[in-house]
Design a protein around this ligand. Sequence first.
Ligand SMILES: [Zn+2]
Length: 291
Amino acid sequence: MKYSNPFKTGSVYISQTYHSGGDNKYAVDFGSKPVGSSVYAMADGVIDATNSKAGSYCRLAVNNSDQKIYYVHVYKYLPQGTKVKKGQKICEVAPKSLNGGYAPHLHLGLQGNYKLMDYMDRSVVFRTNYPGITKEWFKNGNFNWDLHEDLSYSNAPSYKGGDGLEILNQMNIRDANFKDIGDAAKGSVCKVLSFYKSNGEDDYYHVEFADTTGYMADTAFNEKTQKEITNLDGSEPVNECEELRKQVAALELKLQDIEKELEKKDTEIERLKKYENFYNELSKCLVVKEV
Ligand SMILES: [Zn+2]
């Protein structure tokens, strides 16, 4: 799958080639769009972050991928958590007063070291008037795709039974009918039992936490891990063997105390027996005297 035109239609004007914008290392600027121009989801996903500061941005976590797209210098974005479809409007180009003080433009970058142009749909027409950009990224008046890799953004995590998954963002867990049964907390760890069930929108994995099993949508929010599974809330599962061992140890201590008590009683009994003997002897003497 390739990323579609962020403006949906028309050519896209490049005003700056690769530059870093925080944790999107290879971002591109697209200028010449007036304030309020609609900006669209380039892939199916979820708006997983918004920020009215830091240049004013929203971020699209792409479905079945670990990629996240930063849409920066935008406003009127959809709220965090909104699921969107490719081509759906998600925000607008922000005015200078809100975008950190820049001439209105769209800064678009993939989180991490992914290079945006490697994943763009090659039917998108790019243009520029900047001589430097023309020289760098264009050939005979056309965007030079040869300079970029032709990659698919879809690198759906292919989990298999037995994989451990750490939840990187709170996840909704559902029963076999896709009804909510709870949230898996960030940092909790589950084991994949099997792929999958689909409700037509998302693919689900059957997963096991220490305290429950359920179905979890396959999103970019999980990471393979070797860690031990936890409860849904991320807490350590109760280890029954360990619990029993502790109980046995406590009982053994109690038993030792009881044995000490018994020893004391034995000593006491010995002492009493001596008294008894003495008393018996004394009684005999008394009997003799009476006779
Ligand atoms: Zn930029």
